[in-house]
Ligand binder design. Structure first.
Ligand SMILES: [Zn+2]
Length: 335
């Protein structure tokens, strides 16, 4: 099985298309999702389960923003609790390589190197996995421009995300991005009214560390993000056990007529101590980009009901790089 066998034909897409729209890629992707819901039972079940997912909106103590949304999503247990250490990853078959994909799974080619597919365990509506054709490691170096291009080409109804190999990516050995509907993206409420365009700021008051970049020029934005990653690496920001030395980050990008907004979450650790705790202390929360952006996925119903806003606040703070280090990085960018 090769990627060429997995690419959906125009004919297959045609009967799910609602005709030409302004944004061509978004309209092709919408048709892909409908095709896949019809023909791929696992994906259909994933969306049925998402529809039933319970939500709990909470305010984080000591913050001024929009708070976060807890989502009870039992189907995510596989991803939330996935072992991502090198030995476990080496021992399993890569689930993003074409020969491992279910026969029903199809995708749309994006440029020469990426394939857009539907994530069968969606956390948000229109959840896409955007997979590199080659089995090459998850890295942000050289890929920021692609992230920005994807955000622009998918249009304003999506956000695009990158999870670092040691902080959220469940396939650290195979380069991929994700994209989701932008309807539920709480971090946007924290930012509202706080920046002008063409600015880099450390966003405060939201209970986790985040650097926000706004601008309309891909090269300028990408340069600024690469500089931040270099500065984070030099600051000694943790990079987990990753051999590349890439600082632990999650990145989210949105795009609209005014340009891009990029949220970079510098991390101190992947999983909080409570992930490994026993009994009452245990919380199966394993933050990646979506959680850091304010949709905290919880696969366990009992934990979902008992967790307090204080605990969620502590977890997001525990996995975030400390404020002083983040300020140092931003300062270097603005002088
Ligand atoms: Zn692979």
């Amino acid at each position: 099985m090769t990627w060429d066998d997995k690419i959906i034909t125009d004919k297959e897409l045609a009967s799910f298309s609602e005709g030409p729209r302004g944004n061509q890629l978004a309209s092709r992707v919408a048709a892909l999702i409908e095709h896949q819901k019809r023909n791929w039972p696992l994906l259909r079940e994933g969306y049925e389960s998402l529809q039933k997912a319970e939500l709990r909106r909470i305010s984080l103590p000591g913050t001024q923003g929009g708070g976060v949304v807890l989502q009870l999503n039992p189907k995510r247990i596989r991803s939330t609790a996935a072992p991502v250490d090198k030995a476990s990853v080496d021992a399993r078959r890569c689930f993003l390589c074409p020969e491992s994909l279910p026969p029903e799974e199809k995708g749309i080619a994006y440029g020469e190197t990426l394939i857009i597919t539907c994530n069968p365990y969606p956390v948000l509506d229109r959840h896409l996995s955007i997979i590199h054709r080659q089995h090459i490691p998850q890295r942000i170096e050289g890929n920021v421009e692609t992230l920005l291009d994807l955000a622009r080409d998918l249009g304003p109804d999506y956000f695009v995300l990158y999870n670092g190999p040691q902080c959220g990516a469940s396939a650290p050995d195979h380069l991929h991005f994700q994209a989701c509907s932008r309807t539920l993206l709480p971090i946007e409420d924290d930012l509202r009214g706080r920046t002008a365009s063409d600015q880099v700021i450390a966003l405060t008051g939201c209970g986790r560390s985040v650097i926000v970049y706004r601008g309309g020029d891909t090269r300028v934005l990408a340069r600024s993000i690469y500089q931040s990653l270099d500065a984070l690496a030099r600051t000694g920001a943790p990079h987990g056990s990753d051999v590349s030395g890439e600082p632990m980050v999650n990145i989210i990008a949105t795009n609209c007529e005014r340009g891009w907004t990029v949220y970079l979450f510098p991390r101190a650790r992947h999983r909080p101590a409570s992930f490994y705790a026993e009994g009452e202390e245990r919380l199966t929360i394993s933050p990646g980009a979506i959680d850091m952006a304010g949709v905290v996925v919880m696969p366990d119903a009992e934990q979902f009901r008992r967790v307090t806003p204080e605990r969620v606040g502590e977890i997001l703070s525990e996995v975030s790089l400390d404020r002083k280090s983040v300020d140092k990085v931003v300062l270097k960018l603005t002088v």
